[in-house]
Ligand binder design. Structure first.
Ligand code: SAM
Length: 366
């Protein structure tokens, strides 16, 4: 198996059979070898820097009904909230004082935030904080909306593909949502000029090594600026309440593989990883991750942005706990930096024609 890791590091590519063999053949010893190589590659491109993003969960209203997600529309037990423009700007101000130079606006697909309202909000943030990058994570939109937000000042967009395989996607989502539409959104975002982030949950119900192999092949083709992965964690008020959570071990292994496959991509050590293990955040960094996204939302709203049970949002997971996080990173030899932290992936790294080749089928227009 070591030879597959070496091949991945040298070429950035494995075929489907090799991916499956590597994922199924993993052992603690192999993982140690992988993480050592992933750290070497990470140090080559990003040194020992850890980039920070201030996460503002600005609405938990959502029109979608994803089977895994605690804020799905049919969960009537959630106390719904949406932040006002002033509240969002206050979050940014607090974050700015703490040293954040990237804000991530994340929310459910909330129809109250029309394109017009989003554009006003984006402009207000970018006018007040022109030296900061603004990332949106607000789901599937039409191409024109993506363009409007980008023209108004949004720099980056996070949209996990969740799972590449159409059958698996169908197991995780109602019929109104489809894998192909999600993927088309990602290509539309790239074409619009965003720095794009994608990703998937590890250990989601029904996931197999074959599906993970497809995720890796898809991400290689997409070549995103960022890849967010974290373990699936059940939420008590969803159809997947009784399903098992994804493991720390497999999530870390996939992080290491992603670093070798896409050396220049930004890889967050996610809150979900920190939720399933108290040291998860640090272990993610030691597996090749180089970004953390502390929570900047108003404290009283955090408990209601409950995507899964026991989500961590205080201490080192909170923007106000940045000093603790800084200390934790120092303990393992890494340093939080307060720059915008742009990805080293450039537009020249993309070959849109190649990317789009396989994605012209289907009738789900974006
Ligand atoms: N609505 C936007 C979207 O669709 O991209 C952003 C919000 S969505 C809640 C953010 C991410 O949360 C999803 O992409 C999904 O991977 C993750 N998520 C949702 N429920 C989860 C769960 N039970 N366990 C782990 N991650 C979860």
């Amino acid at each position: 198996m070591r030879e597959l890791i070496t091949k991945l590091e040298e070429t950035g590519n494995l075929n489907q059979t090799e991916w499956i063999a590597l994922i199924n053949g993993r052992t603690p010893k192999l993982a140690e070898f992988l993480f050592e190589r992933a750290r070497a590659v990470r140090h080559q491109y990003y040194g020992h820097d850890v980039y920070i993003r201030g996460l503002i969960e600005f609405t938990n209203y959502c029109r979608n009904d994803c089977y895994y997600c605690g804020i799905r529309c049919s969960n009537a037990s959630v106390a719904r909230y949406r932040l006002t423009e002033d509240e969002i700007l206050d979050c940014c101000q607090t974050g700015y004082r703490l040293g954040f130079r990237t804000f991530v606006l994340q929310g459910g697909e909330d129809a109250w935030f029309t394109d017009k309202r989003m554009a006003v909000l984006i402009r207000a943030i970018k006018t007040r904080f022109p030296d900061c990058a603004l990332t949106l994570s607000i789901g599937e939109k039409f191409r024109e909306s993506y363009k409007l937000f980008h023209d108004t000042g949004a720099d980056r967009y996070l949209l996990r593909h969740e799972t590449y395989n159409a059958n698996h996607y169908r197991m995780l989502h109602p019929a109104s949502l489809s894998a192909i539409r999600r993927q088309k959104c990602l290509f539309a975002l790239q074409e619009t000029g965003y720095q794009v982030g994608s990703g998937f949950m590890v250990g989601s119900p029904g996931q197999t090594a074959e599906y993970l192999a497809e995720d890796m092949l898809f991400l290689k083709q997409l070549n995103p600026h960022m890849v967010g992965i974290g373990p699936f964690i059940p939420h008590h008020a969803t159809p997947f309440a009784m399903e098992k959570a994804g493991t720390l071990e497999l999530t870390l292994f996939m992080l290491g593989l992603l670093r070798l496959m896409l050396p220049k991509t930004l890889l967050p050590s996610t809150t979900a990883l920190a939720t399933i293990h108290p040291e998860g955040r640090k272990m993610g960094i030691l597996a090749g991750a180089n970004v953390v996204m502390p929570n900047l939302s108003p404290q009283e709203n955090r408990k209601n942005y409950s995507l899964y049970d026991n989500k961590r949002c205080m201490g080192d997971e909170a923007a106000e706990g940045l000093a603790i996080l800084t200390q934790e990173m120092e303990e393992i030899g890494y340093h939080i930096v307060t720059t915008r932290g742009d990805s080293l992936v450039t537009i020249q790294d993309h070959n849109q024609e190649l990317n789009l080749k396989d994605f012209t089928g289907g009738n789900e227009n974006v």
